[in-house]
Design a binder for this molecule. Sequence first.
Ligand code: SAM
Length: 360
Amino acid sequence: MTIMGQTDYDTERAEAFAGRIAGMLDAGAAAAMLSLGHRLGLFDALAGLARPATSDEIATAADLAERYVREWLAVMVMAGVVEHDAGTRRYRLPPEHAACLTRDAPLGNLAVYAQHIALLGKVEDRTICNFETGGGSVYDDYPCFHQIMAEDSVQTVTAALFDHVLPLAPELHERLEAGIDVLDAGCGRGSALIAMARRYPRSRFVGYDLCADAIAAAARMAGAGGLENLRFETRDLTGYAEPGAWDFVTSFDAIHDQKDPLGLVRGLRASLRPGGVYVMQDIGASADLEANRDFPFATLLYAISTTHCTPVSIGQGGEGLGTMWGWETAERFLREAGFARIERHVLPHDPMNVWFVARA
Ligand SMILES: C[S@@+](CC[C@H](N)C(=O)[O-])C[C@H]1O[C@@H](n2cnc3c(N)ncnc32)[C@H](O)[C@@H]1O
């Protein structure tokens, strides 16, 4: 505020902050364009070129319109993602940058997560309406959600499944080889279940999810793989219980979005056979806002929570725990559901997620 040419605040601090906001605007634009580059296969096309290339050559490699590709390249050059040689007007994606931006990126493909940024914009009108009315959203409000989530969980869950996740419960491998009944609750497009069904042909796998489109995609994938030990079913897990049906139950990032998260954890506990194991993965942040200041992607995760996780729970009539419901809440739910032994793990390569192994 300016009063008679004077300010009643620290102008230096205000200017530094304005600079930070300007930086956020630029970085936000770059992040949205990372999503575009991923979806259009532009990073893969750039990485596949043997030498620096013109915008024409890049557009041809990606089978896209050159004028748009050139404009996108300008964004990437300004953002320091792509290199540009002013003399030859050729562009290059350095291999060190391709290492986290392509579909087979050795460091994991961070551009997959950029799609969540694009989604924030796509659902802004719906979100504004939620703020004004206190109402919620339905999954159909998010046209690409299950596709993005599947790409996300292929990297974070399925890729770690056999080397890091299943060994958390050392008895599981032998039991899965011998043949047991396995449920994945809120399976989405089911990539983890498909991988397990392929690896353990003697076991029987079932995936339930609320969304028919996710289940249809999962069933198509399973069908294409010729997997007969795997079944997917569209099912609302509100009030769920199939007493004594399963030896092993999983949920990957699928409890806090529910209408009744504690009710589901109780139902999963009741559905385990004696000696059964429940593996729950969720975001490993804390329920305490202040404790999350250094948590990886905390800003992005709260944003996803504001626009997706909280409203889809409220939209089902739930309380909207949100993405950052916290490992403390998850652990309390497991205790209240009656699990006798509960272990909490954070995998060394993945500080964002928490893994619980709970035994009946
Ligand atoms: C964040 S996604 C995770 C999906 C999947 N587990 C993965 O890792 O890709 C949460 C999933 O929970 C499902 N879900 C939400 N509420 C549900 C309900 N009431 N019954 C069954 N599934 C539900 C959603 O459809 C969504 O697929």
